[in-house]
Design a protein around this ligand. Structure first.
Ligand code: SME
Length: 160
């Protein structure tokens, strides 16, 4: 595995993701421990984009439970169908929220969070975990983030 993350100097999101994706593949390659892999992925995303909050919630029995993350402390448990994370779990799809105040039932772990994107990863056709990325800027995520972060979810599925 790489000793040091190489971060693109480009100001273009797409180029930054294109440099990050192969390194994420390399980071998890051959490592079977899920928590170790999710921890490094959260750190790599934080280092590359300095997201306000980036981390994982894992499906455990009938709730999402906080997993590896980078950022301020967060809610530990989220119910099925609740908040953006629980909705992504229920609807089995990525959810991009340009303005969290306009998302009914949004769970405000931090009042500084303004926009958010949540993406599920599947195991045996069930949602196994979600990636949640929060920004303190409105409308901070777009289809470039969604496409690249979905690729990261597919990498995670390959080691789930
Ligand atoms: N805002 C999320 C809760 C998790 S925190 O933002 C880290 C939600 O509505 O599900």
């Amino acid at each position: 595995m790489a000793e040091e993350l190489i971060i693109s100097t480009s100001t273009l999101k797409d180029e930054r993701y294109q440099m990050l994706l192969p390194q994420i593949k390399e980071l998890v390659n051959g490592e079977p421990d899920l928590i170790a892999n999710l921890s490094n992925i959260a750190a790599a995303l934080k280092q590359s984009f300095n997201f306000f909050w980036v981390g994982f919630y894992l499906v455990k029995e009938n709730q999402l439970v906080l997993g590896p993350f980078q950022g301020p402390i967060a809610c530990t448990r989220i119910d099925f169908g609740k908040g953006v994370c629980g909705t992504a779990w229920k609807e089995r799809k990525s959810i991009l929220v340009p303005d969290v105040n306009k998302f009914p039932g949004h769970i405000a772990c931090s009042s500084a969070s303004k926009s958010e994107i949540v993406l599920p990863a599947f195991k045996n056709n069930d949602v196994a975990l979600v990636l949640d990325v929060d920004s303190d800027v409105l409308n901070d995520f777009n289809s470039i983030d969604q496409k690249a972060l979905e690729e990261i979810m597919r990498i995670i599925e390959s080691v789930l």
